[in-house]
Design a protein. Sequence first.
Length: 470
Amino acid sequence: MVFRMICVAVVAFLLAYNYQSTKKWKEAYTIRGWRKQLRLDSANSNIRVAVGLNANVDLILPGIDLLHQLGAKPNGSSDHAVLLNINDVQDCFARSMKTCSAAERSMDSRQLYQQIVASAEKIKHAKYHIGGNAALLGETIANILPNSSVLLVGPVGPKLKSLLHPKIQVPVIAKEDEVHLILEYERGGKWGDTEAPCANRFIMSNDIANSNLQSIETFAENLKVFQPDLVVVSGLHLMENKPKEFRIQQLKEMIRILQTLPSQTPVHLELASMADINFVRDIVQNLLPHINSLGLNEQELQSVSRALDGPHVHENWAGTPEIALVGDIVHWLLHKYDQIKNSKLSRIHFHSLTYHMVGQLSGTWNNSLTATGAAARLAGLRACDKPSIDPEDVELQLPQAFIVSLNNATLRRSAIVYDPRKPVSTWNRGNIQMFLSPVLVCTSPKKTVGLGDAISATGLLYSKFVKSNL
């Protein structure tokens, strides 16, 4: 009798386990598919990368706990280009939660911001981390490729220097660190009537050194000496609250610096959240013809399309945008700049919570299938903060079948059926090649900040630039 009960219990356990596992068969097959489809040993192992210009320390903490500490009350979810008071902070935080978007805003008052930082340091679980797109990109490259050489130019203070990989070269150490606050929220987290549909964060700062691009001259000087194989530029968004004349002057200086580089040295620009559409327009109109590669997420892609009167600006962008919508904008942007004489833009890496898409002009980059899949694969690894992906920890949120264009009649009539045995899908639109890979979304993420920078860096390390003729 006892033996029979034990057998019944074992069978029930195995059935339950098998049922749970079969529910995750697409996730399991996607993980195996990446291993088979991708050439994960093909990264540019000895690459020399120069990264600038923003660097800071991130103080990461639960955002709702800080709002309680500050005495804030739920009071709407309006957007503010600049934060003037605590109510503006709660407004933008609530809006970020509601739309599940990783927004970033600057605070006007240095004194008020320092008071908020002091309050944040008292929050349980608050912890300092590497911050700033450039620093995070450099750290990712140094960790992934032990034989690479990384130059980081930015306002690196003592605390940040102690956190960075020891092999990263920092030519100048600042007297103090710039501190950014990363207010995280969990999926299902509540602030008043707002409930977060996913885990993400709201970022705030009062950053003097980065917003003035104080390291731009140091960047120019060290590029000559370092002679990089790849240049990565980020942090331009922090000039958003500066006068237009200052912003244009700094953009012109950046263009001058990039024009001194050999034509065979690719330049990647990583965008970040901006509320001022005129500033977005200034960046893309002035800088995009002088870079080879662009990285951005859904908020930034929509802003770029709006700034240039592109497609789908009036569509509903709540949550992760449709694949067809993103495909149209990526194609339109590459085609637009391909028509501009001497424009170098040839690659766009779009990253979102549930999928990545890379578009490129034919014949300009190689190994892009692996680059797209490797970047998307890393997103789940980093979010779950584990050395390998467990199917039970992640969720495939890509549609079973999807169209890749709303504007192109031929592409709209046929759908791609997702095959987890070959996770990276490919298609062509004229002279533009497109690659798409799902992200296995971590159901209980341990990290939300820095994922965009880490995955952009990974995609670049696997991409093989074909020498430019310009």
